[in-house]
Write a protein that binds this ligand. Sequence first.
Ligand SMILES: [Zn+2]
Ligand SMILES: [Zn+2]
Length: 137
Amino acid sequence: MKLTGSCLCKSVKFSFSAENKNFGVCHCSMCRKWGGGPAFVVQSMGDVSFEGEENIQSYQSSDWAERGFCKSCGTNLFYRMREVDFCNFNLGTIDGNEDFDFSLQVFIDAKPESYSFANETHCMTEKEVLAAFGSNN
Ligand SMILES: [Zn+2]
Ligand SMILES: [Zn+2]
């Protein structure tokens, strides 16, 4: 299915294909630093396109990935791998995100003891994530 979204000030708009309306949460320390809390993300299946791309600033957070945000309002938009076709969009930036299902938590072993979600989801440790998807962060 095709999903659309935008940043807070709407300088950046985007669309992409997704398999379903599921979202995952990443508890890793980089995501928590980036967004001030765990990252709520929807994985794209490709067909990523942007409007207002000149308003996107990318930060290279590791040798293999970058994190994009809007230059004017600061909304965090996506996490993208540079060599492979992998891009996660932040749930809150996606239109109609209130209906999505919480299906997965990753880097569960990096989650601080100070919070936890009541939802029953599939959980993966850092080791399991790296084995399944390759590098992260
Ligand atoms: Zn913006
Ligand atoms: Zn993360």
